[in-house]
Every structure is written in structure tokens, then in C-alpha cells.
Design a binder for this molecule. Structure first.
Ligand code: NAP
Length: 863
């Protein structure tokens, strides 16, 4: 074979490699040399020819969408396509787009070494040739290396031992044989249910029982197909904006909102409906709330017990050591009924593990079994196992295996630091675990294609992820995993199935929409986190966010919550109220009561939070809720205020103040002053000490608190011991870096801030008033000591920090705490963002000395 020099080497002829070849060669005009170890196209669908191999995403969704005609001319015959049909489809794609001529089939890449001088990859293959290329594209797939046989003695066995992913093309004759199947993952389940009726004896070795739900396969009717063709554009669009990368109904309710009877109806519908909907469409909290998850797990166990006649056997088939969905969801067709057949047996390989393969069969710690055929359905070294075996050496002689010694990591699942111009298609730490793979692959190929186009059009030679961006993304993937239940299971998602493999999440568990949003943000910010010819670009804002924050935002997208910018006033208010679902329970040690405070022409409600165990007159914190002056409520700040009371030992007063646009400026600030004056006069009646009073607030509430501190100073008191300002907007006209860096939020975008601000201000001239923009006050001296809390990824961050600096410059004792990785409104999302507890601690630590009886004199002196 002659050596070649091309633009791109592509490894693999599955969904990834074929589309990458089409995109780079046919659409971008690059020269491509592609390699494939198999004799033909198909990738994972070429190798996995075991009996019953079939896809568990619907065929009309589990196919390419890049070409409308292709989608419409390929007539799938079943709702869930079988392996031969998917392989034939990929062969058809290969021919239809004339891809075959770019491939060397039956050829393995044996090494890939980056040549720093030539700025090219040198790729050797087992046909003896070397191909040099600017780009090396890993499209070898996540399931191309099988898990090494754990069991000694295979060579002694008189019969055949066959791994499901090395199933011979001409099959294995199982009829009338005594067959063992080891493994009950997706593959084992498909094999078992398919061969149960053909074989003489079937013995299943199960180490971990799985939650298998009905697949719901059936022939695809002409009506189904016509509908799929008619819905092509909608399906294509929805696939990209739903959690699983398929147009399944959105889960918009918590499992805990429904009664057991209502839940039963929901689970019946999705269990009987087939496919992934049971996990993705029933309830949104199954993947992160153990109590919610248990309702689904109980339901599935109940179904298993109904279907398996022998109660002891049924119990053994019921999973009980991991939450539902945390091992990859599995699907079945009469799998459980197979165990009712007299010649099908189940061995518990957890209590009686397999010791070895013997001459006659399998020895466990308990028994010697005799077989003719042993089927290993024991899985894969999932991730970039193939690449790790290809002898990849990057910049400065760095081996990929060394770089991955602590776990496979890839920025966005596509790039690895130290390996310039090497791109993975849908690689490790992409979103594949919760993202219908052909769609994930199309996205990934398009991202890489665009990146190469950008590189070429800007005259760059190399693109490589920076170590900073790779590290941060890797942390983000871990933090997101920690917000879910996935790490609680022993699963290949975490690398657990391969002995010695470092435990690391192999996927970003956000679902498709957030992953796509992150990639789009990277692309639109000029490939943030990449380095072009050594010129580094800093990571983009979503990647800076705490994983719990990203998981929360992903949840909003998965539920299809309308961005606040697109909401009417009523919708925006309702959305803000719905965030209370993301709060921890109100602490039980706080007593809550309501009273009223007077305002001009009437009165308003104030809610009081008193720590139940505290004695005597308590210090008082009047806390003003957030909500952009147009929304928010006492209810939406119940938990933050109650927690504040519990953590500080103060009596917290939360006033219901007038909202814009019905009551524009200065109504809300008048109410804030009114409640403080009322508290000074009346709080003793409720057990508060009016001489130890602070004001605080969040977001718009923090603006009102800052303004109230100014007004009380200038309008004759009462005097305050402290002000706590959490993410305060301080100047409507501020021109700051954070406004430029984070114009889109998250949650608070500049567009939204401006809209809410103008509803609040009413008359635009009010923008200059220091009672709307406290930073415009000519004198900040004599104000109470201030704690200013800011969030890193927040357009209002810098104006708040500028205000803190101005306070300090005016002689006000001021502490400014910035919380990295959090966004505006995080404070009121304690159930979603565990670090909110740190914010509460910061407030309690700040207030403790200022509100204590001992410091009364000193604080009064400062005030
Ligand atoms: P898997 O999910 O890793 O399952 C391997 C099975 O083998 C598990 O039951 C495992 O038990 C068992 N096992 C491994 N080593 C063992 C040992 N030493 N002793 C006893 N049991 C042992 O692998 P898979 O079923 O091949 O599936 C891998 C992935 O391929 C799936 O999760 C899915 O993503 C994909 N797949 C998809 C489809 C589809 O329909 N689209 C079909 C098949 C596969 P433990 O659980 O105790 O480790």
C-alpha cells in the first residue's frame, strides 16, 4: 500500500466515520483517508451480530437527519430496527454518498504520532502504509473494544466460547444445545429472550439484575412511515431539543407531585408504550431524586413479580442495588417470561460467582455446570478504548494512555489537551449517555467540521483544547454527575465495569439540549477554551458554572421552560414562583407567622420567621425578596428566609411589597422603608430587638435594601446594624465588563434586566435617581456595615462589586464575597445548588458579631 498525504484521517465506518467522511470530503472539500477494521460499513452494528441484536431507539429517530431525501427513501421495516437492517442502512449510506472510495476496509490503524515539525499526524496502518494528515478524527465509537474475558480456563473448554460482539457472520448453531449466557445488560437480555426457545437448556449467569422495560417493537406500518416522512422537520428539530435526543414527550412533573394512583397511570402509560420514554418522559426527577426514583423502581419490580411465576426467581430478577436508570436502561421483549420456561435457569453470580471456565462448562463457587456453548455478554471497555489501543502520541511525545491514566477526558467529548488537531466524534465526556447517538454524532461531526473550517479560514494550522478548559470541563462533568444518582451505581457510565479503570463519568449527564447549548456557546465565542497555534482562548461562561447550576439549567431546558425574556409578565411571575420547587424544605426549627405593616393608604403583609429554640429578644433581619421588582413573593422566599433565621438565630421579617409595573418606582422602596420603620416600632411585640436590626435582600430586593439604608440614613432612621446585599443591581446605566461578558445570563440576561428595570422605573428619568441606582448617590458615608455577595457568572456582578468598593472608600466597613461558578438567583435555589449553604454561612458569619448584644455599642458607633 502506498503512503499518502491527506487533510484528514478518519478511523471508523460506523455512524460517526461515515458522516465525518461525507462532511469533510463531500461538503468541505478536504482530502480524506478513512480506515475501518471491519470488512464493510456499520461500526458497532457490523460487529454486534449476536441473536436478537436490535436498537432500542426507534428506527425513525435512530438514523441520520442530515439529508432529508435519505431519511425519506430508506423504508425501515420495524419500529425498532434489527442489527442486519441498520447495517444495511449504513452500507446504503456508504454507497449513496460515494464514501467507499475513501475507505480502506479490513485495515487497522496501528499508531498515530503527532509530528511537531511538520504539524501533521503520521498514521501507520496494518497494511504497512503510513498516511500523513493535518487532522486525525477518532470515529472509532465507544463500544468497539470488548471487555477482556475475566474467566480463566477458556482454552480448556470443549465447546465454543463466543463474545456477543465477535459473533461469527455465519452464526453459531445453538439449536438443541446447552447454552450459558453470562451477563444481563442490554446485550445479554436481547440474546436470552431470543435464544430461549431454540436451545435445549439455557443457563443465565446474572451478577446484577437490571430494570428492563418492554421495548414495544412491532412492524412499521405504511401509516407510521408516512407520518415519519411528514414529520421529518419537526422530528429533526425536536430531537435536538429534548433530553434524550429523540422527540419524546417532556417530563414536566416531579414524581412526588402525584398520588400513588396518578403515578401508576403515568408509569403504566410509559412502561407499556415502550422504549426510553419510561425514563425520559414520565417524571423529571427520576435521575436525581432518590425518593422519586424509588417510585419508578418499585413500579418496575412490581411488573417483574407479575410476570415471573416463581416468586423466588422473580425476586432474584428484581434489581435492588441501584436506582432505576443509573445503569444504562435496558429493554426487553418477553425476557421475563423466558424464565417461566422449564429449561431456562438463573444462576446468581453475585452470591455464587463464576470461578473459571472448565473443560465441560463453568465452575462457580457452588457448582460445576456443563455446557456446549458459552456466550459472553459481558460488555465493553466503553469510551475511547479503541483509540487508547492505537498507540497515539501527541505533542512532545506525550502518550495518550499516560494523559488518560486517571480517566478518559475530552473537552466537549471532542478534544484532548496535548493532541493538536485530534478530534473525537461523540467521544468520552460527550453527552452520549442521554443523547440518541446518531443525532449526537451529527452534532459532533458538524462541530468538528466547523472548527476545521474556522481554523482554515483564519489561517491557523492547529487547534487544541487548553489544559485549563479541559480541566474545567472535566470537573464540570464530574460535578454534573454528582448532582445526579448515576455515581451511586456500579456502571460502565462511570468506568466501573473494567477492573482497574479509573472511576470517572464517561458522559455529561445533562441531556442533549444543555450539551448542545454549551457547544454552541463555545462555537459562537470563537471556540472558547481552544488554543489556535498556541494562542489560548479562555473558557466560556457555561463551562465556568458549578455543575449543579448547569444541571439545574439543563433541567429547565429539558422541561421546555420558556426563557424569561420570552415570557409575558404573568408567565414570568409564574416561572419565578415555580423555582420554589428547587428549594430545600423549609427548616422545621423555624416558626412562621404573618402580620401587617402600614403603607400610605393601606397595609401589606409581613411574614416573620423565628427560630423555635431561641429565647429572649432576637436580633432582626428585614429581608427583601428578589424578583426583578416585577415578581417574587413571600412564598417564593419562604425557604431562604426560614433558613436565614435558622442559621443566624435572628427574627427574619419578609415584607410583601408592591410590584411593578402596577406600582412603579418608588412604591417598592417606600414599602421597604415602611416595613423597617414598622419593625423599629413593633418588632419587640414579636420578640425582636429593634436596636439590633439589619436589612438584607436578594437581586432587586438587594437594590431595595441598599436604597433603604441610604434613605434611613438621610430621613432620620431607624438606625441599622448591617446591610446584606446579595447580587444587587446598583446602577441601571452601569457599563461594566460583567455586563459584556455575560449578556445572556444565565437566568438574568441584560435584555431581561433592562425590561424589568424599565417596568420598575416607569418614568425613564428615574434612572438617574440614587433611590433607584444607589451607586449614583453622591455620598455613601455613614451607611451600615455591608456584606455584598456576588456571583461570578452574572452580568450585574461588577456593578455590585463597584458598589462594595465605593462603600469601603466612603469608610463603610464592607465585605465583598464573590461565589465562583454561580449565577444570579442562585441564592433562592438551595435544593438544586448545594453551595447556597455557603452563602447562608457567609451571611451568618458576617452578621453574628454585628447583631450580638456585646457589640451593640461599637456597631452603633459605626452606624
Ligand atoms: P453491559 O451493559 O456492560 O453488561 C455486561 C453484563 O455482563 C452485566 O450484566 C455485567 O454484570 C455482566 N458481567 C460482566 N463481567 C462479569 C463477570 N465477571 N461475572 C458476571 N457477570 C459479569 O454490556 P452490554 O450488555 O453489552 O451493553 C453495553 C452497552 O451497549 C449498553 O449499555 C448499551 O449502551 C449498548 N447496547 C445497546 C443496545 C441497543 O439496543 N441499542 C443493545 C446492546 C447494547 P454487572 O452489571 O454486575 O457488571
Amino acid at each position: 500500500m502506498t503512503n499518502r498525504d491527506v487533510d484528514a484521517v478518519i478511523v471508523g465506518a460506523g455512524f460517526s466515520g461515515l458522516y465525518a467522511t461525507h462532511r469533510l470530503r463531500n461538503q468541505q472539500g478536504l482530502t480524506v483517508q478513512a480506515f475501518e477494521a471491519g470488512e464493510g460499513a456499520g461500526g458497532v452494528w457490523y460487529w454486534n451480530r449476536y441473536p436478537g441484536a436490535r436498537c432500542d431507539f426507534e428506527s425513525i429517530f435512530y438514523s441520520y437527519t442530515f439529508d432529508k431525501d435519505l431519511q425519506q427513501e430508506w423504508r425501515w421495516t420495524e419500529r425498532f430496527a434489527s442489527q442486519p437492517e441498520i447495517q444495511a442502512y449504513l452500507e446504503h449510506v456508504c454507497d449513496r454518498f460515494d464514501l467507499r472510495r475513501s475507505y480502506r476496509f479490513s485495515t487497522r490503524v496501528t499508531s498515530a504520532v503527532w509530528d511537531d515539525d511538520a504539524q501533521r499526524w503520521q498514521v501507520a496502518s496494518d497494511d504497512g502504509s503510513v498516511t500523513t494528515a493535518r487532522f486525525f478524527i477518532n470515529a472509532a465509537g465507544g463500544f468497539s473494544v470488548l471487555k477482556k474475558n475475566d474467566f480463566p480456563g477458556q482454552e480448556d473448554f470443549h465447546g465454543a466460547v463466543v463474545h456477543t460482539s465477535q459473533w461469527p457472520a455465519d452464526g453459531v448453531d445453538l439449536a438443541g444445545k446447552r447454552v450459558a449466557v453470562i451477563g444481563t445488560g442490554s446485550t445479554g437480555i436481547q440474546v436470552i429472550q431470543t435464544i430461549a426457545e431454540q436451545v435445549a437448556e439455557l443457563t443465565v449467569f446474572q451478577r446484577t439484575a437490571n430494570f428492563a422495560c418492554p421495548l414495544g417493537n412491532r412492524p412499521l406500518t405504511d401509516e407510521d412511515f408516512a407520518q415519519a416522512v411528514a414529520d421529518f422537520s419537526r422530528n429533526r428539530e425536536e430531537s435536538r431539543n429534548r433530553i434524550a435526543g429523540a422527540p419524546y414527550p417532556r417530563a414536566v412533573r416531579s414524581a412526588l407531585m402525584d398520588t400513588p394512583e396518578e403515578r401508576r397511570k403515568v408509569y403504566d402509560e410509559y412502561y407499556n408504550g415502550g422504549g426510553f420514554r419510561m425514563l425520559t418522559s414520565s417524571y423529571y426527577d427520576l435521575i436525581f431524586n432518590p425518593v422519586a426514583n424509588a417510585t419508578a423502581a418499585d413500579y418496575i419490580r412490581e411488573r417483574i413479580r407479575e410476570r415471573v411465576h416463581d416468586p423466588n426467581l422473580a425476586e432474584l430478577l428484581c434489581p435492588n442495588d441501584h436506582p432505576y436508570g443509573t445503569k444504562r436502561a435496558t429493554f426487553e421483549t418477553k425476557y421475563y417470561e423466558a424464565f417461566n420456561l422449564p429449561h431456562v435457569h438463573l444462576v446468581d453470580a453475585r452470591t455464587t460467582p463464576i470461578v473459571r471456565i472448565t473443560e465441560k462448562g463453568i465452575a462457580t463457587t457452588d457448582h460445576d455446570y456443563e455446557f456446549d456453548v458459552i456466550v459472553l455478554a459481558t460488555g465493553f471497555d466503553v469510551g475511547a478504548g479503541a483509540l487508547a489501543r492505537m498507540g497515539v502520541v501527541g505533542r512532545g511525545g506525550r502518550k495518550l494512555t499516560d494523559h488518560w491514566a486517571h480517566g478518559q477526558r475530552a473537552y466537549l467529548g471532542m478534544a484532548t489537551h496535548g493532541f493538536p488537531n485530534l478530534f473525537h466524534i461523540n467521544g468520552p465526556q460527550g453527552a452520549a449517555a442521554l443523547f440518541n447517538n446518531p443525532i449526537a454524532i451529527e452534532d459532533s461531526v458538524e462541530f468538528v467540521g466547523d472548527l476545521i473550517g474556522y481554523l482554515d479560514s483564519h489561517g491557523h494550522t492547529t487547534a487544541e483544547v487548553t489544559d485549563l478548559a479541559e480541566d474545567r470541563y472535566n470537573e464540570l462533568v464530574r460535578e454534573v454527575a454528582d448532582a445526579t444518582l448515576f455515581p451511586t451505581a456500579t456502571t460502565w457510565y462511570m468506568g466501573d465495569n473494567i477492573p482497574g479503570k479509573p472511576r470517572t463519568p464517561l458522559s455529561l449527564f445533562t441531556g442533549a439540549p444543555m450539551y448542545r447549548t454549551i457547544c454552541a456557546e463555545v462555537e459562537t465565542t470563537g471556540y472558547a477554551g481552544f488554543s489556535f497555534d498556541g494562542e489560548n482562548r479562555p473558557p466560556s461562561s457555561l463551562i465556568k458554572l458549578d455543575g449543579s447550576a448547569v444541571f439545574f439549567l439543563a433541567g429547565l431546558q429539558n422541561m421546555g421552560v420558556k426563557p424569561l425574556e420570552e415570557c409575558s409578565l404573568e408567565e414570568a411571575r409564574a416561572t419565578m414562583e415555580s423555582f420554589t420547587m428547587m428549594q430545600l424544605p423549609v427548616p422545621a426549627d423555624v416558626r412562621i407567622r404573618e402580620t401587617h405593616y402600614p403603607i400610605e393608604g393601606g397595609e401589606r403583609t409581613a411574614r416573620l420567621y423565628r427560630p423555635a429554640t431561641a429565647d429572649g429578644p432576637l436580633p432582626v433581619v428585614v429581608f427583601i425578596h428578589g424578583g426583578g421588582w416585577i415578581g417574587g413573593s413571600l412564598d417564593s422566599f419562604d425557604e431562604p428566609c426560614a433558613t436565614l433565621a435558622s442559621r443566624t438565630g435572628a427574627l427574619v421579617v419578609s415584607p410583601d411589597y408592591r410590584l411593578a409595573p402596577e406600582h412603579p418606582f418608588p412604591a417598592a422602596t417606600d414599602d421597604t422603608v415602611a416595613v423597617l420603620r414598622w419593625a423599629a416600632d413593633h418588632i419587640a411585640e414579636f420578640g425582636g430587638d429593634p436596636d439590633r436590626m439589619a436589612v438584607g435582600g436578594e437581586s432587586a430586593g438587594a437594590n431595595l435594601a441598599a436604597v433603604a439604608a441610604l434613605r434611613l440614613r438621610d430621613e432620620g432612621g431607624p438606625s441599622l446594624r448591617a446591610q446584606v446585599l446579595i447580587t444587587p443591581p446598583t446602577d441601571f446605566l452601569a457599563d461594566t465588563e460583567s455586563r459584556k461578558a455575560y449578556p445572556h445570563g444565565p437566568i438574568l440576561s441584560m435584555e431581561l434586566a433592562m425590561r424589568m428595570g424599565s417596568l420598575y422605573l416607569g418614568d425613564p428619568a428615574n434612572v438617574m435617581s440614587p433611590l433607584a441606582s444607589p451607586a449614583r448617590a453622591s455620598d455613601l458615608s455613614g451607611l451600615p456595615p455591608a456584606l455584598v455577595i456576588t456571583m461570578e457568572v452574572d452580568p450585574s456582578r461588577d456593578e455590585a462589586e463597584d458598589y462594595a468598593r465605593a462603600l469601603a472608600a466612603a469608610g463603610v466597613p464592607t465585605v465583598c464575597r464573590r461565589f465562583d461558578g454561580l449565577f444570579h438567583t442562585a441564592f433562592s435555589l438551595s435544593g438544586a445548588i448545594p453551595r447556597v449553604a455557603d452563602i447562608q454561612t457567609a451571611i451568618a458569619d458576617f452578621l453574628a458579631p454585628l447583631l450580638s448584644t456585646e457589640t451593640a455599642t461599637a456597631a452603633a458607633a459605626i452606624g
